[in-house]
Design a protein around this ligand. Structure first.
Ligand code: FES
Ligand SMILES: [Fe+2]
Length: 435
């Protein structure tokens, strides 16, 4: 398969087969998902030694555990004997994982510690050092946990590249700009959507264009305060420049805005005096910590290929987990500032629930679109005609010296499909087997 079978960069088009073909889906698993670093969770989910939870890397289930030495392990949840999950609980605290089929037992670090009939029938010869759970390489980045099973991958920091390092660090800062300032609240929200994983990914990567879909919900007061519409940041009375920022070499994308000046705090935004007082203090702290960079507002983006995030009002990280060409499982972690009063945490939780996820009024619109768009890839006639990604083609530019949006990024201001073009260009290179 050639890259040009999938994408035409000059024309700004992408084949519908990219969303419909099970053959391309299998190539994605091999060429896109295995050679990547994946977000698997957050350190606040592992407060004590022995804490663990299940997560995913691509289609594979993993155990994320904190060992008795405090180190974080990411283990393929597949018993080395016959492949049963070694752990069948979503989350908990344990000293070991015993497979429910024949009873092989593994430590928190994946070491094979117990084998029934080890002396009598294996005659003490089974090499337990060789038959532990498969371990991933792990990196903790400002509280977020990342894993890869691909030894050929560069370090996580090199995989991110210098510019995405800056954005991910900024994403993981609390509302007051403190590094690693968040904790996960309420576990992981999980649901399925009957569409290809890339419909979600490209929407989060850079779709500033689909406000049309959300016009009905725009009329409701679903915002953080429950008194204004969903985009609280639009209430700030300082000019704001929306940007699409992409790393062409690595496929990462950011949606962000830069305010013209450090924005005065707007008292209309918060839900109560207590919440308002908290955010006013955060605003001052953030300016003190970040200086001019406090003008940056990250709306969301994608760390290639399927880790997505949202901030601007609420901070979430999620995964588009591929199930088949036409089915995706979505996992979503909601973060709250760990030092915030409970009133703030409740405000954010309630905001998330009415906004996002399977019951959220905004994301329901998106999922309905993606489901119907997936159906639009199925017809024999329809499949012959590519999708159009020409919006604002030719308007992109490299970052300017001193702009601090990144050194290796490409930028387009305002509404564009610039980020989607870069996401798919990198994706198509990998699917075709090129680097
Ligand atoms: S499958 Fe796990 S012990 Fe046999
Ligand atoms: Fe949307």
């Amino acid at each position: 398969m050639r890259t040009s079978d999938l994408i035409d960069l000059d024309a700004g088009t992408l084949s519908r087969e990219s969303f419909a073909s099970e053959d391309i889906f299998r190539r994605e698993l091999e060429n896109v998902f295995v050679p990547s670093w994946s977000y698997v969770g957050h350190t606040s989910q592992l407060a004590k030694n022995g804490d663990f939870f299940l997560s995913r890397v691509g289609v594979e289930q993993v155990i994320v555990s904190r060992g008795n030495d405090g180190a974080i392990n990411v283990l393929l949840n597949s018993c080395r004997h016959r492949g049963m999950p070694a752990c069948r609980y979503d989350t908990g605290n344990m000293q070991s994982f015993t497979c429910s089929y024949h009873g092989w037992t593994y430590g928190l670090d994946g070491a094979l510690t117990g084998v029934p009939k080890f002396q009598s029938r294996y005659q003490g010869k089974l090499d337990r050092d060789k038959w532990g759970l498969i371990k991933a390489r792990v990196t903790v980045y400002y509280g977020s946990i990342w894993a890869t099973f691909d030894d050929a991958q560069p370090s996580f920091e090199d995989y991110l590249g210098p510019d995405m390092q800056f954005y991910l660090r900024a994403l993981m800062q609390g509302a007051d700009g403190e590094d690693d300032g968040y904790e996960v609240i309420g576990g992981i929200v999980k649901w399925q959507v009957p569409c290809n994983w890339k419909f979600g990914a490209e929407n989060f990567a850079g779709d500033h264009y689909h406000g049309y879909s959300h016009r009905s919900v725009e009329r409701l007061s679903v915002g953080l305060s429950g008194k204004t519409s969903r985009h609280n940041f639009a209430n700030v009375k300082v000019a704001r420049q929306p940007m699409s920022v992409a790393d062409p070499k690595r496929g990462h994308t950011i949606r962000a805005s830069v305010y013209a000046s450090l924005a005065p705090y707007d008292e209309q935004e918060a839900a109560s005096d207590e919440v308002n007082a908290y955010y006013r203090k955060c605003h001052e702290e953030r300016e003190r910590r970040l200086g001019d960079k406090a003008r940056l507002l990250i709306h969301g983006g994608v760390i290639f290929p399927n880790t997505h995030f949202n901030s601007a009002g609420r901070t979430t990280i999620g995964l588009w987990l591929p199930q088949s060409a036409g089915r995706t499982e979505v996992w979503r972690w909601l973060f709250v500032p760990k030092n915030a009063p409970n009133a703030v945490k409740d405000t954010l939780r309630e905001y998330y629930l009415r906004y996002a996820g399977p019951a959220g009024m905004v994301e329901q619109d998106d999922m309905e679109n993606w489901t119907a768009a997936q159906a639009g890839t199925q017809g024999v006639i329809a499949r012959k005609h590519p999708f159009n990604y020409q919006l604002a083609m030719g308007l992109e530019r490299p970052s300017r010296p001193g702009e601090w949006l990144g050194d290796e990024v490409s930028i387009t201001e305002d509404v564009t499909e610039h980020n989607q073009r870069h996401f798919y260009a990198h994706w198509a290179r990998l699917v075709a087997g090129a680097q």
